[in-house]
Design a protein around this ligand. Sequence first.
Ligand SMILES: [Zn+2]
Length: 475
Amino acid sequence: MTSQGLWVRWVRWVGWGILLAPLAAQQNQNAPANFVKVSGPVIALTHVRVIDGTGAPARDDQTIVIRGRDIAEVGAASRVAAPAGATIVDLTGKSVIPGLVMMHEHLYYPTGPGVYGQLGVSFSRLYLAGGVTTMRTGGNVNGIMDVSLKRRIEAGEMPGPSIDATAPYLNGPSTFLQMHAVTTPEEARAHVAYWASQGATSVKAYMQISRAALKAGIDEAHKRNMKVTGHLCSVTFAEAADLGIDNLEHGFMPATDFIADKQPDVCPGQARGQQSVAALDENGAAFTTLVRKLVEKHVALTSTLTVFETYTPGRPSPPGLDVLTSQLQENFRRAQERVSRSADSIYKMLFAKDMALERAFAKAGGMLTAGTDPTGSGGVVPGYADQRQIELLVDAGFTPLEAITIGTLNGAKYLGRDARIGSIAAGKQADLVVLAGDPSRTIGDARKVDTVFKEGVGYDPAKLIESVRGQVGIW
Ligand SMILES: [Zn+2]
């Protein structure tokens, strides 16, 4: 037998897989190292403007010293020197804000009528590129994928934000092909218990859930130290607050509290709820009574203006469409045409009304958090939309500093993680977004992401985006 013959036999015997494995490891497309711009045991960001996320005014000419995963020191450049041997990054003219903590994200996207594609890999990269270092998935039609991605990212095997992974939706019978249906309290408890056992860390209830099932789901989740949010319809905001829910999604857009003939446990359709919300007076008793209840019961509210902007005629085209596949770009272009033709769209009034209601809720002491909700008819592109959501909070009447707090520290507080993330201070995790500009003056500068530090590692947004450009829709 020739030596070549032996070689062929050996290869057949051990298999190509083993021979190729070391090569595959070197070329692992998912390795976070492929996307790193700045790293080192000690990094000093010098001459940078610090917007710390607490709402405090911006401080110019600061030094931030990062050691390992954490911020070791922050202070005026005149006081805090870069330690000897540190990797120095001169950020003159630039700002840092805390990494965004966004509360209504998804790892799926509408890819066809009534169908949502699992885009977790490209989305994780886009979220991180956009400055999101922590996020909650606000509902899951991917089954185990949200949990798997959370684990893989935590293990350092893939780039992406830290994920609070919701279980698949807790919903009653509905027309959604990719949702479970629970009808009894026992089924609700079993759903929450099963997904908790699989690694889900939070729960999202949906439009057709019954009060009894929601209550059982909340109790089971709380027993396991998980929080529950909801995009509700069959259950009113006030009922959900009384049942112990922690959070409600989409501002006041889905509230059915103001429909005079609302039947218990029945969703009267989103349109009827929206008509009643559009007609609300933010100073009227009906609304202020609900707000008082939400504030007293510590129910947080998530603003997702980005998804509603895509439904509203006359609004600018959303950012980031060019990363989508050409098919999804075309799908969204058609959706935009339909929106622009709907002259009598309720969103013309509702979009501005919801902004006013969210502002009133926050002013009354309510905990407002931010998210994007990349669903609808498309066009809400992860990362880009997170920046847009912060801009839209400023459109809604918040100051830039308030909008940044809503998108950072408020989310961290909701998650119970504010001792570690959500603001910039010594001892906290080094989750930072470097921006070319000053978002405390011009909120649009939130789009100018230069570097995203997550746990002390600086990622390059351009590399993350280029790795998925034109393919978002496939994976
Ligand atoms: Zn959603």
